[in-house]
Design a protein around this ligand. Structure first.
Ligand SMILES: N[C@@H](CCC(=O)N[C@@H](CS)C(=O)NCC(=O)O)C(=O)O
Length: 232
């Protein structure tokens, strides 16, 4: 291990750490960090005392800077990195772009990605007591409905021919959250793939797959999504 900042993270199957990883590759700074990848077993290293001292929530992603400073919560980490490192501002250049990116990111995180992860948790039967005790198909179905309804709104937003959420020529952070939501929706237990039924969202997903940053971020082939893990 070097004295680079450390990102405590998880395989690409885990959506929030993956949002940070994709951000690092889009920003072009991934090689400036050491990744510490936990296996994320229920009650695994993320729930051990060493990690809890850094992040009492017992979660990844968590960033430990070279000076010992600690940040967790995905949006907080990427906001810091976007400001602290040179290069393209992934969260928007102008105040208006930053506002719009935050607006879309919040909508996508709250109404789509968080819904899908909740659905995954309450429909799954094998996560165990430290990760999820509740089995609640009715709540899972509610979350599925919400995620699909909001994916429909995002699909309509993309239907004017724009490549990315803000209409620019490169993705911003809300695009990263949306790509991660699409990836996570493809887990079998979710059974709600945001797929070709959403024409513009599906084109967006295929656009991401052409990007070197996206390919690098999913290079571990541990996403659990066949079209990412089995691609040539
Ligand atoms: N609000 C946090 C959520 C982070 C989170 O949910 N992390 C999950 C992986 S996606 C985790 O560490 N789960 C392991 C556990 O709870 O033991 C963020 O935005 O970073």
């Amino acid at each position: 291990m070097t004295d680079k900042p450390r990102l405590y993270t998880s395989p690409s199957a885990f959506p929030n750490p993956q949002r940070v990883r994709l951000f690092l590759h889009e920003k072009g700074i991934a090689d400036q960090f050491d990744e510490v990848i936990y296996d994320m077993a229920p009650g695994g290293e993320q729930r051990g005392w060493q990690h809890l001292k850094m992040n009492p929530w017992g979660e990844t992603p968590t960033l430990r800077l070279a000076d010992g400073g600690i940040l967790s919560e995905t949006t907080a980490i990427v906001r810091y990195l976007d400001q602290a490192f040179p290069g393209r501002r992934i969260m928007g250049e102008t105040p208006m772009e930053q506002g719009l990116d935050a607006m879309w990111d919040t909508r996508i995180w709250v109404h789509i990605l968080y819904r899908i992860t909740t659905m995954f948790h309450v429909l799954h039967r094998g996560l165990g007591p430290k990760l999820e005790l509740t089995h609640n198909p009715a709540w899972g179905e509610h979350c599925r409905k919400e995620a699909l309804a909001h994916a429909g709104l995002v699909d309509r937003h993309l239907s004017d021919g724009r490549a990315w959420m803000l209409g620019g020529d490169a993705p911003t952070f809300s695009d990263i959250t949306l790509a991660t939501a699409v990836a996570f929706s493809k887990f079998p237990v979710c059974a709600t793939p945001l797929d070709e039924r959403f024409e513009h969202l599906d084109a967006f997903w295929r656009r991401w797959q052409e990007r070197p940053a996206f390919r690098a971020a999913y290079a571990d082939r541990s996403s659990g999504v066949a079209e990412l893990d089995d691609r040539k």
